[in-house]
Design a protein around this ligand. Structure first.
Ligand code: SF4
Ligand code: SF4
Length: 113
């Protein structure tokens, strides 16, 4: 099982911006209710630009057991964060978690690989 299922740190560390064309109301899959429109081209997952970010779709306790409420419909950036990569290590450090050994492309809290 992916370390992501007991982590979730990157879902509570970074702003997550993506094309508005990924929103369901524009023909994509990301539920529009979980995002804020930034401008004519970009949307942002709710909660990810707070002083202490936490994606509105993240469930559970960081560093223990977490899940992504929109795993199948999460936007592009959530597919691209590399488990064990630099951004992963920085996010984990923010939450007092040690870095992982470099592995593979992960998918955030919902990753079941
Ligand atoms: S990619 Fe890294 S920071 Fe993100 S949930 Fe997985 S282990 Fe945690
Ligand atoms: S993987 Fe899910 S919980 Fe994590 S930032 Fe993306 S949409 Fe939010």
């Amino acid at each position: 099982m992916s370390a992501c299922r007991s982590c979730g740190a990157c879902c509570a560390a970074y702003r997550v911006d993506f094309s508005i064309h990924e929103l369901d109301e524009h023909g994509g899959h990301v539920p529009a209710g979980l995002a804020l429109a930034l401008n004519d081209t970009l949307a942002r997952l709710r909660g990810t630009d707070h002083a202490q970010p936490r994606c509105a779709a993240l469930t559970g306790r960081i560093g223990e057991a977490v899940g992504c409420g929109i795993y199948e419909w999460r936007p592009g950036p959530c597919h691209e964060l590399e488990e064990g990569g630099d951004a992963c290590a920085r996010a984990r450090a923010r939450h007092g978690l040690p870095p992982l050994p470099a592995r593979r492309l992960a998918s955030g809290a919902g990753s079941a690989a």
